[in-house]
Each structure stands twice: as structure tokens, then as C-alpha cells.
Design a protein around this ligand. Structure first.
Ligand SMILES: Nc1ncnc2c1ncn2[C@@H]1O[C@H](COP(=O)(O)OP(=O)(O)OP(=O)(O)O)[C@@H](O)[C@H]1O
Length: 373
């Protein structure tokens, strides 16, 4: 297994900088996600690491080796793509064995090469060397495809095909596993199952994994650390909990989970509190800031809804319920507050009151839970 260190990586396509000074320091055995909207440069970063794209500048190190001048197959990265990229005319076993056979061909002397060629050309009657056969069979069991080994890949479900692709990458014992949106072609239920399968395998094998996705839930639920990208740059790297509770910018707060983001102006600071004017309201935050114009960022679960006539201390908005959605254990409110809308998630227990559409309410804000960005 190898660590992956990327220093000052840039990539320019036809005069446009699509990667700008990317810095990554991925630990051995880590599950690392590159998360960002379409076109932000995730795939290009991964392709530079794999060697399919030449960086315009910068350094890429896998393990102890700087790999900039090393060809893709010598970098020993396993790749899994959204499109599976399997050979449709080969069965599951042959798909998985193929790269091992190619490697054997590369590594072997001329006499053995001819033998491997013949085996490959006659793939229907192929008899693999014993060690390859054993290795492929054990990985087939590992991804639970033993009942499908002789099937053509077209006869498999999307999830099964993706497990073939995963097995094909793993059988090569790569230093690093690179996965580019591997779950995007699967339906929601299968996606959840495959998330668990990939995470289990990654943890058991402790294989350094870089996982590209635009789906924040996927990144947050699977990765040890996540790099949020936008416009060819890395905006923030952190554990899922770091990113959720301490997003550095409103973009990240919005992209990672759901946030209420309201523009405000700092009016004073007193007793460790910052007072911010938001429309008709003065809201306190325990966060200090050097800025005057700020965005208040508040997660929906950090707001409390009360009846308008209930007495409360300062630090609340007044509003009208536009939508109340009962979700079993929670209720999500969409509340009109002046020209803004606030989302509030409240825990629901039997007997609790649900404020109906049109109810006039107070939305209580805890200063500790208000970020000023
Ligand atoms: N071979 C290429 N030639 C020119 N421009 C390219 C090439 N490959 C990618 N780009 C551009 O580089 C930018 C980043 O693309 P990239 O595929 O890395 O983004 P991404 O974040 O992976 O997006 P997606 O999630 O849609 O795959 C995009 O603007 C894209 O159009």
C-alpha cells in the first residue's frame, strides 16, 4: 500500500487552468474522497495520479517514488470507473484474470510469452496457470460472485458488474485504488449496498483509496477524509465531521449537508458575542470575525421552533410556516422570515405539536450554533 502526495499540481487544457495548485497528502490505508460539482477537476486530478494525464506542473508521489515520469501501468494503481469498462465477450473469471495474464506476459521470457498469448487468443479453452486461477477464484469469493464466475458480464446486474470491476482492480494488488464515480450508474438501493461493500473491502485490505464523487452523502458516509473541490481548487480538506461542523466557506456549508445561509452585517461585539443585523433582526453568534459583511450559516437541526406568543430570551426570528413535512421521527419546517426562508428540522415525539401551514412562530437561534463566514 502507498501514500499519495500531490504538490502544486496544475493542469491546463487549451489555455484554461482546470487544476490550480492542488495539494494532497493521503496517508497509507486511508479512504480519501474528492468531492465537488461537475467540472471542478476531480477526474483530472485522479487521471494525473494514475498517469493518464500529464500535469502541466507539480509533483506526484506514490509511496516513496515520484511518479511523474513513470508510465501508468508501472504506477500500480487499480482503477474502477462509473461505466465498469468490462470486456463484454469475456466471462467474469476471464475479465478478472485478464490483467494478471497481461502482467505475466510482460514479465515473462519470450517462450512463456508465446504460451500466454496462445492462452489469451483461445480464451474459450483457456487453462490459466494455477497461481492465477487460485488468485482469481479467491477474489471472486471475496466479492461474493462465486455463483456468477462463468457468466458473461452482460448477464449481470449493475451492482454485480461493478463488483467484477472492483475485483479486477484488486486482483492486481495495487498500491492505490482509484475509483471514479463508481456508484453513479446504480439505483439508490444498490448504491447503499455497494457503499458498504466497498467500505468493508477497503477496511479489510487497508488499501489506500481515492474515491471521486459529486454526491456529498456518499463522500461523507464512506471516507476517512474528504477534499471539497470547486473550480479546479481544493477549498477544504477534513474529516466528514470537521467539514460538517466547521465549513470554511458558505459554498462548503451548502455543498456538505443542508444549511441556512443568511447575509448579515456585524453591528457590535460584546461579552464574547458578535451581534449581526439580519433584516429586521439582531442575531448573536459566539463566533468572532474580522469581517463586517458576513453570511450567517445555521444548520436546520440547530434551530428551534416555538409558538409566537411563547416568551423567550433574545435571539430569534419571527416567521410563518409555509410547509411542515412530517418525516416520522422528525418534522421539517420551511419558514418564511421576511424575505428569506429558513429550514428547521425538529425531533418529533408522540404527542408533540406540529405547527401547521400559516402558523406564526418564533425560530430560536443558539449563538453557539451560528457560524459567521
Ligand atoms: N481532455 C480534455 N480536454 C479539454 N478539457 C478537458 C479535458 N478533460 C477535462 N476537461 C475540462 O476540465 C474541467 C475538469 O474536468 P473533470 O472531468 O476533471 O471534472 P469533474 O469534476 O471530474 O467533473 P464530472 O463530475 O462532470 O466528471 C472541465 O471543465 C472539463 O471540461
Amino acid at each position: 500500500m502507498g501514500s499519495v502526495v500531490v504538490k502544486q499540481l496544475t493542469k491546463n487544457f487549451s489555455g484554461t487552468d482546470v487544476l490550480k495548485n492542488i495539494e494532497l497528502d493521503i496517508q497509507e490505508g486511508e479512504f480519501f474522497a474528492l468531492l465537488g460539482p461537475s467540472g471542478c477537476g476531480k477526474t483530472t486530478t485522479m487521471r494525473c495520479i494514475a498517469g493518464f494525464e500529464t500535469p502541466t506542473s507539480g509533483e506526484i508521489k506514490i509511496g516513496e517514488k515520484i511518479v511523474n515520469k513513470i508510465s501508468p501501468h508501472q504506477r500500480n494503481c487499480g482503477m474502477v470507473f462509473q461505466s465498469y469498462a468490462l470486456f463484454p465477450h469475456m466471462n467474469v473469471f476471464d475479465n478478472i484474470a485478464y490483467s494478471l495474464n497481461i502482467k505475466r506476459l510482460r514479465d515473462s521470457n519470450m517462450f512463456k510469452k508465446i504460451g500466454v498469448y496462445i492462452r489469451m487468443l483461445n480464451s474459450k479453452i483457456v487453462k490459466y496457470p494455477k497461481d492465477i486461477e487460485e488468485k482469481v477464484n479467491s477474489i471472486i469469493e471475496y466479492v461474493e460472485l462465486q455463483d456468477h464466475a462463468k457468466k458473461l458480464t452482460g448477464e449481470l446486474s449493475g451492482g454485480q458488474q461493478q463488483r467484477v470491476a472492483l475485483a479486477r482492480a484488486l486482483v492486481m494488488e495495487p498500491q492505490v485504488l482509484l475509483m471514479d464515480e463508481p456508484l453513479s450508474n446504480l439505483d439508490q438501493k444498490l448504491r447503499h449496498t455497494m457503499r458498504n461493500t466497498i467500505r468493508r473491502i477497503q477496511q479489510e485490505l487497508k488499501i489506500t483509496t481515492i474515491f471521486v464523487t459529486h454526491d456529498q452523502e456518499e463522500a461523507m458516509s464512506m471516507a476517512d477524509r474528504v477534499a471539497v473541490m470547486s473550480g479546479g481548487e481544493i477549498l477544504q480538506i477534513g474529516t466528514p465531521t470537521d467539514l460538517y461542523s466547521n465549513p470554511k466557506t458558505p459554498f462548503i456549508a451548502d455543498f456538505v449537508g443542508t444549511s441556512n445561509i443568511l447575509p448579515g452585517k456585524v453591528i457590535k461585539k460584546e461579552k464574547n458575542l458578535t451581534y449581526v443585523r439580519v433584516g429586521d433582526y439582531e442575531i448573536q453568534s459566539s463566533m468572532d470575525t474580522e469581517l463586517e459583511d458576513v453570511q450567517l450559516v445555521i444548520r436546520p437541526e440547530n434551530l428551534i421552533v416555538k409558538d409566537k406568543n411563547e416568551s423567550t430570551r433574545d435571539n430569534y426570528f419571527e416567521g410563518t410556516v409555509e410547509v411542515a413535512t412530517y418525516l416520522g421521527s422528525t418534522v421539517r419546517y420551511d419558514i418564511k422570515v421576511g424575505e428569506h426562508n429558513l429550514l428547521v428540522d425538529t425531533v418529533f415525539e408522540s404527542g408533540d405539536k406540529i405547527f401547521a401551514k400559516g402558523s406564526e412562530i418564533k425560530v430560536i437561534v443558539d449563538p453557539e450554533r451560528v457560524l459567521l463566514l
